[in-house]
Structure formats: C-alpha cells, structure tokens
Design a protein around this ligand. Sequence first.
Ligand code: 5GP
Ligand code: MN
Length: 348
Amino acid sequence: MLNRIVADTQIQALCDLVNGSRKVAIVCHMTPDGDAMGSSLCLWHVLKAMGKTACVVTPDCPPESMMFLPGADKVLISSYNPERARYVLGGSDLIFCLDFNDLKRIDRTAPMVADSKARRIVVDHHLNPSIDADVLISHPEKSSTCALLYMVLSQAGWSDFIGKEAAECCCTGMMTDTGNFSYNSNDADLYEILAQLVAKGVDKDAIYTRVFNTNSVERLRIMGYSQYAKMQLLPEHRAALITLSREELNEFNYKKGDTEALVNVPLSIPEIVYSIYLREDEPNYVKVSMRSKGDFSVKDICERHFGGGGHRNAAGGEVHAGLDEALNKVLEVLPIYDPMLPANDEID
Ligand code: 5GP
Ligand code: MN
C-alpha cells in the first residue's frame, strides 16, 4: 500500500476541479528534463483516458533525449508557437503546473498562464513554491514530481486511468530525478510505485537504456574532453569546475543535452563537496549548473549570486556575460562558502 501523503481536502479539491473541467492544459518548466516531461505526459495520458481535452505546453523545445516518451511529439512548444500557446492556455478551464515552483521558470509562457482565467493546480517537489494556485500540492521531500503525481492520482482513485504509456512517462521521471535510484531514493514509496508501474507493462530496463545508456558520438567525445582537459580541481574550496566556451561547444558540434550529467561526474571524487559547470550557450550568456553532496547547499549559491535556484544538491543559474567574466564571478564567490564546507569525515 502506498502512503497517503497528500491531505484528503486537497485531493477532494483537485478531483472537483478536474471533474468540472473539460479543457485542461499542462505546463512544465523550460528546458524540460525527464521529470518535467515525464510528469506532464503521464498526466496528459491520464486526462485523455478520462475523456478530457488535454494539451501539454512546454516553454521551449524538449530535449531530443526525451522524444521517445509516448506523446512527446504532440507537445505544444510555446516559444515556437506563442500565439497557439496563448490561445490554448487562455481557453483552458484548468491549468496544471508541474515540476516548477515559480512562474519565472516558464519564461515567456508566464504571462500566458498568469493572464488565463483557468483554475490552477500545482504539483511540485521544489522548495518554497511561490505560484498562486487553487490547489497547491508541494512535497519537496519527494524525489520527483512523477512519484508525487503518481501518489496524487492513486489517492484520487484514478489508478485505472494510468495505462502503460502514462506509466512509462512516470517511470522515466522517477529514474531521471534519482539518477536511476542512486540518490534521494531511500523512500519505500518509490519501489511500491515502481512495482505498480512494472505491473502496468513498463519495461524499466528499456527505459534505463534509452535514458542513461544511449549516447551520440558527439556526446561521448565532449564528455571525455571535458573530464580530461577541462576539469579543474580547487582543493582549497573542495570544489571542481568545468567550463566550456562557445568555440569548444562548436568544435564538438554540441547539441542540447550532450553534456547532461557532466556536472555530476566530479562528485565521484570523495574529497570534492561541490561541482560547478559553466557553459557559454550564447556570446553573452553562460548557463551555470551546480551539484553538491550532503548539507552543502548549492541552491543558496545559485540564488544569491547567479539569479537562479533549485534544490540543495542540484541547482542552476545564469550569468549575462562572457565566459571569462562568469568564471571570475565564480572564483570570487567560492571563498565565501569555505566556512560552510563540512569537516572531512562528514561526507561520504
Ligand atoms: P541543471 O543543472 O540540471 O540545469 O538544473 C538543476 C536544477 O537546478 C533544476 O532541476 C532546477 O531546479 C534548478 N535550476 C537550474 N537552472 C535554474 C535557473 O536558472 N533558475 C532556477 N530558479 N533554478 C534553476
Ligand atoms: Mn523534478
């Protein structure tokens, strides 16, 4: 039996809103990852099985690596078709916001959601949600929105509407947000959900192969190069730093997603507490990604210095400048956090 973690009053309110709606839109955060795409498409399949008109709106283009998800080709990409996105969001009775806690995370789609008269339900696992909603289901202790959504659907009594395709989407997000059940995964509910998904026909091993063990030649080469030639260790800060310039990205024919999880790699060095990856996406725009271990919070660093946020151990932000300036900024910021570093024997 799954734990019932969501208040009955919230489930009732959610059921009333869904039952009373005909047209439902589902929105997830920009640069959607496995959990954002997985939860959105899982819910899309479920709503369609319930006879609703439903549409997933992504702020920007989903990554190629998630296009295997059933229904991914039906997603409405707001940045490609803003007029249509505004029309769909404006004309919906109900909007689900999945896997984000702040309208800033949906970029130019934010005013379309804010201006819509649709009722709003948030299902999310990021800390400190700031989205106004009729029903706010926020559980930061859950490792993925997919797992949380499954628990919500199951508490709502809608398990039978979760078919094989919805189950595949759900399983994908649970896997990606836990690194295939290697972190944030000491939660018995996860395995109960997984058992139910496999019983619905999910081939978990096939999803693993698609998500974690399918690489392009370009990805393998840029990952190798980044670790061999670009990983810098800063032992005095117990940090690792990887930077990739526009020229390097071009040289390796970089495509979105090619360096996915690169930032995690240095954390496998026991002495390293946190890892920083700077990627010069545009001439004056650097994407910042950070990962950490234990209590050391990269969310705080990204919030305070890089206009971003995220989770304690996985966060991101940005610098509106060239790579050199972004690097200088990081090197300025690092010493501030030396006092927060754990004693050597406190981390894995
Ligand atoms: P990644 O490093 O994979 O891009 O992002 C890791 C996590 O950090 C994401 O799941 C998201 O929660 C958060 N994050 C990444 N970039 C940003 C950003 O620019 N702003 C905010 N608020 N959070 C971000
Ligand atoms: Mn997530």
